[in-house]
Design a protein around this ligand. Structure first.
Ligand SMILES: [Zn+2]
Length: 299
């Protein structure tokens, strides 16, 4: 039976009441499975939570959390005191400082998505790494993606990531007019640096543009919203929907600032202002993808 993922239902679920499904002995630690959990398992480039699971005097220190293909969350760790077994009611509590840092790092990656989109680059978001020592987001230029995957080789359901949403005039216009009519108006991109192309000479300009927009987003703030919806409906609110959405998590979109949907199972800030200062340090092309590296100014 899959574990209910409580961290997906709100922005700040740090504690949970749960019952123990199983406690298994591994070589050097234990594996605790609960019926529901607030612990985020590593995934989507975001690191796992740590924390404790307690039942009376029994304290289980969670050092690592993983989600398996069946949607079961495994809390790995050791008992610091006492013990509990299957059937026991427990309280789970994540280390909030660690979670908040991971959440801010993750959300910072989506602020870069927003900036890339507002600047008019036709880059399709790919994988990201949102670790304190290594934070980056990768993009595939649309033109290149099209070349890489001819229509005859498309898998069923692959159509989402291949849609160039900019060809959907109404949505594109709506989104762009929303952006450019806003207070952050000085973001018009020149024809030399826009589009899906990539020119190493533009690197410094792109970095400066993205940094300027991100800091404006954080300054202005804006509330995010969680929406569960089938993947086939995500195109209405998300500019890019990947064709490899995880099947072991509920399908969910987080709408940034009310107008920028991201299909994502990670944890996110509730308000953009919570991300704090972010700096894009580097952009480089790696294996045909554009990698944007960044860091939080206070971490
Ligand atoms: Zn995400």
């Amino acid at each position: 039976m899959s574990t209910k993922l409580l961290f997906m239902e709100s922005f700040d679920t740090y504690t949970a009441h749960a019952s123990v499904v199983s406690v298994s002995e591994l070589e050097d630690r234990l594996d605790v499975v609960l019926d529901q959990t607030c612990f985020y398992p590593r995934g989507g480039g975001q690191d796992y939570d740590q924390g404790v699971i307690t039942a009376g005097e029994a304290v289980f220190q969670v050092s690592e959390v993983r989600l398996d293909d069946e949607g079961v969350v495994h809390h790995y760790g050791v008992f610091e005191s006492g013990a509990f077994d299957a059937g026991v009611e427990v309280e789970a509590a994540v280390d909030q400082d660690r979670r908040l840092l991971n959440t801010r790092l993750h959300s910072a990656g989506h602020l870069i998505d927003m900036a890339v989109d507002e600047l008019g680059y036709d880059w399709v978001p790919g994988k990201g790494a949102h670790y304190p020592h290594m934070s980056n987001v990768e993009y595939t230029p649309v033109s290149q993606k099209t070349v890489e995957r001819p229509s005859s080789q498309k898998r069923p359901g692959a159509h989402f990531s291949d849609i160039d949403v900019s060809s959907d005039t109404s949505l594109s216009e709506k989104m762009h007019s929303k952006h450019t009519s806003g207070k952050l108006g000085s973001s018009k991109v020149s024809s030399e640096t826009g589009g899906g192309s990539w020119n190493a000479d533009d690197k410094d300009t792109i970095i400066a543009d993205i940094n300027r927009l991100i800091s404006a987003y954080v300054e202005a703030g804006g509330t995010n919203e969680i929406r569960f919806m089938p993947p086939e409906e995500m195109g209405s609110i998300c500019r890019h929907v990947p064709d490899n959405l995880p099947t072991n998590k509920p399908a969910r979109v987080v709408v940034y600032r009310g107008d920028f949907g991201v299909p994502c199972g990670g944890t996110h800030v509730k308000d953009l202002s919570q991300v704090g200062g972010v700096t894009v340090d580097r952009i480089k092309k790696k294996n045909g993808n554009i990698r944007v590296s960044y860091s939080l100014n206070d971490a």
